[in-house]
Ligand binder design. Sequence first.
Ligand code: MN3
Length: 245
Amino acid sequence: MSNRASRRKFLKQALQGSAALGVSAMLPSLAACGTTRNGNAAKGWLALPDQAPLPYAYNALEPVIDAQTMEIHYTKHAAAYTKNLNDAMAAEQVAKTTSMETLMAGISKYSAKMRNNGGGHYNHEFFWQCMKPGGTAAPGGALLTAIQGQFGDFENFRKKFTEAAMTRFGSGWAWLYLDASNKVQVGSTPNQDNPLMDVSTIKGKPLLGLDVWEHAYYLKYQNRRAEYIENWFKIVNWDFVARQL
Ligand code: MN3
């Protein structure tokens, strides 16, 4: 088969795959954004025990993240973390009203299932908000001041964040977070751990998170994690990041 014919076949299969999923590129409801059932209400984006609607269409982050990756990531991977978290909370008798921050802060008391899926739920809900179609202008105000104070300038922060994301071996997350002394820091966590967890080697309040699991980028970037990270900076929602500070 020629390259062109094989590409046509691939595209056809991809389109059929999307059609089979039925909801490709449909805009999820925006109406439910900001509704929460518990102490996370102040955040306006965390809707434990359910996934909040994605705040944009599956194809809205193209060409940086393709629609198929977004759809599978949100409806399969992230949905499974949420479901399994709910199962673990029921099995280990954690009240549905428990805030994610409280759960994460005491995660060492629970099972590996709770840790993996609690982190998975929180991290993905956070990650969707960290992105916006077209991105927003580079940070300004207090966030920029904090970044400059710690890293010298934005470009150096970006370099450090990229290093953290690149050197995380296997699956995990890169973070910009606020440490206990109110300084912004860059680091990474393995698997679905995050800086809110009492078991984490980096601790603090997440400001920006990047999923570097292969499921987040493999369809478009294959093994090219560096290219994924570089492009991802084009869609960061710095307004959201600034609001976490
Ligand atoms: Mn993921």
